[in-house]
Ligand binder design. Structure first.
Ligand code: CTP
Length: 211
């Protein structure tokens, strides 16, 4: 199972809050997993075309992504959580378009569920799930923040990337990542295309699976 893209959190029928994630790294992971022979379920918010052969589930919000993950993760051995899930959503979604004449609105926010933390809490319900890979997009203290997420979200591996670098992260074709493992091992990959990063990450996740 692969998740991809930034979630969209509705404000009203025509507006949403989102983030800079394009979904490219997640789609590349889905392709790499397919190429490695896996049956792939892709849960995505991205408008980009999905690799031919994946089972694609389109979602918008973090809550919808959580529901989709929980509905089918029991069939998965590997979960790659590449989506950029919004941590907050508008506390209330207006039924009708918010009109300018009503004045400048104040948006109250509510916390979204943490999908990886929820999967970790319910892990006993998913006995087939052996390897969970998270992604950490950071602009500072990359490795410390990634190590904390590796532990708190019960991950086998986390792919840390500095999204403040011009050649890595959102919307560009390349990524520069460090892999942190639950064993404590760390591995920094060179600057690679997102396709190559995906191949390396899938390869390592499959090695973890075969242990
Ligand atoms: N994630 C998740 N559910 C959320 C937020 C994040 O499952 N509500 C997952 C992401 O898909 C990613 C990992 O957790 O694999 C780390 O996401 P990131 O946004 O870097 O971390 P957060 O936990 O949201 O922490 P912060 O935004 O404070 O850095």
């Amino acid at each position: 199972m692969v998740t991809a893209g930034g979630t969209r959190e509705a404000v009203d029928p025509v507006r949403f809050l989102t983030n800079r994630s394009s979904g490219k790294q997640g789609l590349a992971l889905a392709q790499a997993a397919l190429d490695a022979g896996a049956d792939v379920t892709l849960i995505t918010t991205s408008d980009l075309p999905a690799p031919v052969g994946v089972r694609r589930i389109d979602v918008e919000s973090a809550q919808q992504m959580l529901d989709a993950v929980l509905a089918s993760v029991s069939d998965a051995q590997l979960l790659f959580m590449a989506a950029a899930v919004a941590d907050f959503r508008p506390a209330q979604v207006a039924d009708q378009k918010i009109k300018k004449r009503s004045g400048i609105p104040t948006l109250a926010l509510a916390a979204n569920p943490d999908i990886l933390a929820t999967v970790a809490q319910q892990r006993q319900n998913f006995p087939a799930l052996r390897v969970v890979v998270g992604f950490a997009a950071e602009t500072q203290n990359l490795l410390d923040n990634a190590a904390a997420k590796l532990q708190s979200k019960g991950l086998s591996m986390i792919v840390a990337n500095d999204v403040s670098a011009a050649d890595a992260g959102f919307a560009v074709e390349t990524n520069r990542v460090t892999l942190l493992y639950s064993s404590g091992q760390r591995e920094t990959l060179p600057l690679l295309s997102k396709t190559a990063v995906a191949e390396q990450v899938v390869l390592r996740a499959m090695r973890l699976l075969s242990r």
